[in-house]
Design a protein around this ligand. Structure first.
Ligand code: ATP
Ligand code: MG
Ligand code: MG
Length: 579
């Protein structure tokens, strides 16, 4: 009989919902502010703000509405810092919520619903401990608590609210079904006692001076908030599939409109962990420098490292809305990044670990090149983009000394080695001719540390054709910089329970003595003085090394030449075996 009654009400509620929403279809994104948003959230954001509507065929933007809700029912783990970061991240991704709400906005209403459930004998106060609840189902079924009078339950609940009991003593439980095949129907806890101030106290006007010391649990809060906000599609991850039953149960008991619950697979990414709880540990243990460390799979980490909203959105769209549990290859994200960056980045030459080269025949080499018609000495015009002429060009001037990367030089030559070695020639990018090493100059007599290489240039017609062309930086105009190279955070593609032992000790390699050609300063492209913890927009393609962006810890001032210039590698130029 109840079912028939509910079905009747359900039709009424649907109608009412239709009247309120009209043509609007509404979703919501409800993260808990207990950490920073990560790539898994990006998938969810993209789904709730965009993909879900595409899938539903709702093309008219004015009918696509998404509520951004702070699911803030657990004051122990939540903080204002996290609350603030969510706003920045969502805005950065380019999405605008219909409105921003807090679950805590509804604390009073949730409390009233709890009272309503007690009165209809659908909720009761229980003094079993958490362990007892989990282990003693039989006991719980017969336990006196479950059959207490409504009056007694109201009285105990009131005392819980007044703060007359200790934490962990009493809870409010829903009178569900202990015979169900779904353990989530075993009388879920709706309220618990917690003497922790709420971070969003400011947002919830109803909780009075003293705030709350009872808090509603996730399952109880979530469905009611969805219903109150007139959400059409409540999208969550698959591990919540078994929570669908209590979700509908609660709304049915309260005669409230039921949104459609829809599950999709949780995003897992290789070589990292997508869980705020685990990421928090990395931060707390100092394994990374913070939530916005470039190795973190957080949106703030990716942003700092040079990933753009466009890259992340494309990646999420490509993931689609699957229900299959899967671990996505990090390469998939990286290749999405490469495709996007290759069309936007400006080329520059940089070296990570410089070796100085003295060009011994410099004057002759310049003369020779001038005879060939170059009036400006040894300068080369370089197109900013190898494929797109509209991105302009810049000039690189060679000087009598240059830097090359130490990985392009070996003391002992080898047949399958094409770089520079004593008495061996290698091609110099843009110059077109060869560089030949004649002499090694050491720092000391013990000949351990190389100071510089004395070399000469050979542009003769009879020169050997080199097997490779190395990049270089003109020494007199080079700018000192720090270059940060990032590798996977974990050594294994799927970190296990022992994940703390699987941290990659080489996940960040800092080259503090890098050199870069000064073309990166043209048109304020580094914008270092303006950065101020905001990501610079211009990304660079360091030839042969990867795609880079200026880190927001940079303090370099192009006018005075003072301060540190720091670059983060976003991704390598091609897929590479990780180190
Ligand atoms: P975490 O375990 O990292 O704290 P969570 O599941 O508790 O994540 P919330 O921040 O509370 O996530 O939830 C915000 C929304 O983002 C939820 O709808 C959740 O399903 C979704 N979400 C969280 N992580 C992922 C993920 N890895 N893939 C897809 N969606 C996710
Ligand atoms: Mg959660
Ligand atoms: Mg969580």
């Amino acid at each position: 009989a109840r079912d028939i009654e509910w079905a009747k009400n359900s039709i009424e509620l649907e109608k009412e919902h239709q009247q309120i929403n009209g043509n609007i279809i509404r979703t919501r994104f409800p993260p808990e502010p207990n950490g920073y948003l990560h790539m898994g959230h990006a998938k969810s954001i993209n789904m709730n703000f965009s993909l879900a509507f595409d899938k539903l065929g709702i093309t008219d933007q004015k009918n696509r509405k998404t509520i951004f809700r702070y699911d803030d029912t657990n004051p122990d783990a939540e903080s204002q810092e996290y609350i603030n970061s969510f706003v920045d991240d969502i805005k950065w991704l380019g999405f605008t919520p219909e409105r921003t709400t807090y679950s805590s906005d509804n604390f009073q209403q949730l409390y009233d619903y709890a009272i309503q459930l007690i009165k209809s004998d659908k909720a009761y106060c229980c003094d079993m401990t958490k362990i007892e609840m989990e282990t003693q189902r039989e006991l719980a079924m017969k336990r006196r608590n479950r059959n207490c009078s409504v009056e007694r339950n109201l009285e105990i609940f009131e005392k819980m609210k007044l703060g007359l009991y200790d934490e962990g003593t009493w809870t409010l439980r829903l009178k569900m079904d202990f015979t169900s095949s779904n353990p989530n129907m075993y009388d879920l806890v709706a309220y618990r006692i917690r003497y922790t101030a709420h971070p969003a106290a400011a947002h919830s006007s109803d909780n009075g001076e003293n705030g709350w010391c009872i808090y509603p649990n996730y399952d109880f809060t979530h469905g009611i908030c969805d219903s109150i906000e007139h959400i059409d599609y409540s999208i969550c991850t698959l591990e919540f599939e078994t929570r669908r039953e209590p979700y509908y149960w609660i709304l049915a008991q309260l005669n409230m409109f039921r949104p459609n619950v829809y599950e999709m697979s949780r995003l897992n990414l290789q070589y990292t962990v997508l869980s705020k709880r685990r990421l928090l540990k990395l931060v707390q243990k100092g394994i990374v420098g913070g939530w916005d460390d470039c190795r973190m799979p957080t949106l703030s980490g990716y942003r700092r490292r040079g990933f753009t909203p466009e890259i992340i959105t494309k990646f999420c769209n490509d993931l689609g809305a699957t229900r299959a549990a899967n671990v996505i290859e990090m390469e998939k994200l990286y290749s999405t990044a490469r495709i996007s960056l290759s069309t936007k980045t400006i080329r520059a030459m940089a070296v990570l670990q410089p070796i100085k080269i003295n060009i011994m025949n410099w004057i002759d080499a310049v003369k020779e090149s001038n005879e060939e018609g170059d009036k400006n000495g040894m300068t080369f015009e370089v197109q900013n983009s190898p494929t797109d002429t509209t991105m302009g060009s810049h000039t690189i001037g060679m000087t009598s000394s240059i830097y090359i990367d130490s990985t392009d030089f070996r003391l002992v030559d080898d047949t399958d080695y094409y770089g520079l070695a004593p008495n061996k020639a290698v091609g110099l990018k843009y110059y077109g001719g060869n560089l030949i090493c004649d002499e090694i100059i050491y720092e000391d007599d013990d000949r351990k540390v190389i100071k510089k290489l004395n070399c000469h240039l050979d542009n003769s017609l009879t020169r050997n054709k080199p097997k490779t062309w190395i990049s270089w930086v003109p020494a007199t105009t080079a700018i000192d910089c720090e270059i940060r190279i990032y590798n996977h955070l974990f050594t294994v593609p799927e970190p296990t329970d022992l994940w703390e032992d699987e941290i990659n000790s080489k996940s960040e390699i800092i080259y503090s003595k890098g050199k870069i050609d000064s073309s990166v300063l043209i048109n304020d492209m580094c914008c270092c003085t303006k950065i101020n913890r905001k990501q610079s927009n211009q990304a660079f393609q360091f030839e042969r090394i990867g795609y880079f962006v200026v880190d927001y810890d940079s303090t370099y001032n192009a006018t005075t030449g003072k301060g540190r210039l720091i670059f983060n590698r976003t991704v390598t130029l091609k897929e590479e075996v990780s180190k």
